[in-house]
Write a new protein. Structure first.
Length: 418
């Protein structure tokens, strides 16, 4: 039988291995623990010294910061949101506005936990961009997490943020204009007996906002159970003074066994630099509209432009070698490509060409239409042949057929008649 001291030590070791935010530097860093929130801890994990400023984080509008974590108990990942409030010392009445959501694979894309390391840096890192229209001023930033595996829990760490040089204070009207279109933070599992997400699901936020990515291999689900969900899920709206966009209700499907997470992940790169874009996070469309890279203005552009790639999540530089493989993440917007197409690679069925739209002779009995630098061979009709780079009628066909002059047209300067 284990002694009480042994059990307490085991619980303490487990608690210290949970996750805390590393960057931006959180409030009350010396008193912040890695355990999930209890109902009375909302917001920001209330405790003595909860809003002590260890370091003010400078984060200007339009600037991308890399969000990083410390710890190893990542509970199979899950879903995270990154939010702002205008209150320097938030309360239950504070309204939190989401600037970026990660659905699945946050804070790490592994099936269980990372190797035990209370100060480990092996979790993934996430680029988050401060929206360009956020006025200068003092804000509080929050990371919230709904874990995938284990007890149904809600995590929340907060950090002080200064936008601009601090010489001016934004008006209430300008702040409301910037924040009103952003969704409110989503809250659940606080406690799970009142409103619970489902284990083994990467929770699919009903309104993640326009800056949102999905982890590779995510087991998406929006299961919520409990009589308190209607009230709890709206806790992030606080008193709602900045307004809230319409939020669709999360569905509550019949209970069933959730699909297991897949394991099709790419191994992390050897260096600490961001990996090249591969199959990882994909930017998702939101509210039926287009997608923009995190931090871009929600106002529609005057003209279509080529999509801007969202920043690429990377890994902690101190990831131990024994850590299970994690995905290389990319965030290429899934929007129409309006950029100039590049020429396709040459192959056995492709004859290189220069003049798009022109007819290209390929040998004596084949031709191709130049399309983006490539002409695919096609057989000529009976009685036609290629001669001196032009498609012409054979001598026998010329003697037996007469073409009305009005039906002869040159295409792009070629000699093919249509």
């Amino acid at each position: 039988m284990f002694s009480s001291a042994t059990i307490l030590l085991a619980l303490a070791a487990s608690a210290t291995a949970h996750m805390t935010i590393l960057n931006p530097v959180p409030f009350g860093k010396d008193t912040l623990t890695s355990s999930p929130l209890a109902p009375g801890d909302f917001p920001c994990k209330q405790r003595s010294g909860v809003y002590d400023i260890t370091e003010m984080n400078q984060w200007n509008a339009g600037e991308t910061q890399t969000i990083s974590f410390q710890g190893s108990a990542v509970h199979g990942g899950g879903s995270c949101q990154f939010s702002l409030t205008t209150d320097p010392e938030p309360t239950e009445q504070s309204q939190w506005k989401v600037i970026h959501s990660v659905i699945g694979g946050c804070p790490s894309n592994v099936s269980g936990n990372l190797p035990e390391a209370p100060e480990g840096r092996g979790a993934a890192t996430f680029p988050v961009t401060m929206p360009e229209n956020i006025p200068d001023g003092r804000y509080t930033f929050a990371w919230t997490w709904l874990n995938k595996v284990g007890n149904r829990e809600f995590y929340m760490n907060c950090a002080p943020v200064q936008v601009g040089d601090g010489s001016s204070k934004a008006s209430t009207a300008s702040v409301s204009a910037a924040f009103s279109s952003l969704p409110d933070m989503f809250v659940a599992n606080l406690p799970d007996t009142s409103c619970s997400t489902a284990e083994n699901e990467d929770f699919n936020y009903p309104n993640p906002g326009q800056s949102v990515v999905e982890g590779n291999g995510s087991a998406l689900g929006d299961t919520l159970t409990g009589a308190g969900c209607d009230q709890m899920t709206k806790m992030g709206a606080g008193n709602g003074q900045m307004g809230s966009p319409t939020q669709p209700e999360a569905s509550q499907p019949a209970a069933s066994e959730s699909p297991a997470a897949t394991s099709g992940y790419a191994a992390p790169p050897a260096s600490s630099e961001a990996p090249a874009a591969t199959s990882g996070y994909a930017v998702l469309p939101s509210n039926g509209g287009g997608v923009f890279a995190p931090g871009a203005s929600s106002a529609p552009a005057a003209e279509p432009t080529a999509p801007v790639a969202a920043p690429t999540p990377t890994y902690g530089a101190e990831q131990p070698s024994s850590v299970p493989e994690q995905p290389a993440y990319s965030a290429a917007p899934q929007v129409p490509d309006n950029s100039t197409p590049s020429a396709p690679a040459s192959g056995s069925d492709c004859t290189p060409c220069d003049n798009d739209g022109a007819v290209v002779c390929i040998g004596e009995n084949q031709f191709g239409l130049c399309n983006r630098g490539c002409a695919v061979p096609q057989a000529l009709a009976n009685g036609m042949s290629c001669s001196a780079g032009a498609v012409v009628a054979s001598a026998s066909l010329k003697r037996s057929a007469k073409f009305p002059r009005a039906h002869l047209h040159r295409r792009h300067g070629s000699s093919l008649f249509v």
